[in-house]
Ligand binder design. Structure first.
Ligand SMILES: [Zn+2]
Length: 197
């Protein structure tokens, strides 16, 4: 086990549909013996849920080989609109790309700066907050002055906004084949990243 995670975020499912989709995904993974119905809160640190599903007897089919004595932790299923960060901690994305004109807005000017420019980040942060509360939020592009839904923006650093996410705690790296099948079963675009508690 470990204090690291691999996360798959559904970028497109609505909050209204996320619960049913989460159930279908868990049903599939349980029937494929990748997950157990048994839950635990040990060795997982997701912010939004306290317990996840323990690995099933055939979990090793979907990961790289890390030795037969490795025991992965729970898989947390996170339903609800959240901002998801790769890496360690909740560091803002360093840039956002406008879905209308494609211009990149720099939020953290590495390596000159190590924190988000508050004036640049605030409108994005406000839009993310509105989306989390209501399901809709827009940010205006500084380059083309067009307002676009916050969920249509592309982000640096694997930052992701989504209403359904799966945190695999302490699993060896998931195979590309599994991630591809997982995304196909979700039926939506995904973000896939790793992080540490
Ligand atoms: Zn733009």
């Amino acid at each position: 086990m470990g204090d690291f995670f691999e996360r798959i975020v559904d970028l497109e499912v609505t909050a209204a549909d996320a619960g049913a989709l989460a159930e279908r995904m868990v049903d599939w993974m349980v029937s494929a013996r990748l997950l157990s119905r048994e839950t635990s809160g040990d060795a997982m640190y997701s912010l939004q849920v306290d317990e996840g599903y323990l690995p099933g007897p055939e979990w090793a089919r979907i990961t790289r080989e890390w030795g037969s004595d490795w025991i992965p932790g729970p898989v947390a299923v996170i339903v609800g609109r959240h901002d998801h960060y790769a890496g360690q901690g909740a560091v803002e994305p360093s840039a956002a790309v406008c879905p209308h004109c494609g211009a990149t807005t720099v939020i953290i000017d590495y390596p000159q700066q190590w924190e988000a420019d508050p004036a640049v980040w605030q409108p994005f942060s406000d839009a993310i907050g509105a989306w989390k509360h209501t399901g809709a939020g827009e940010a205006v592009c500084p380059s083309c002055a067009t307002a676009s839904p916050i969920t249509a923006w592309k982000w640096a650093d694997n930052f992701a906004l989504g209403a359904l996410a799966f945190d695999f705690w302490g699993w060896p790296p998931l195979t590309d084949e599994f991630v591809t099948e997982f995304a196909a079963r979700l039926g939506h675009r995904i973000e896939h990243h790793t992080g540490k508690f």
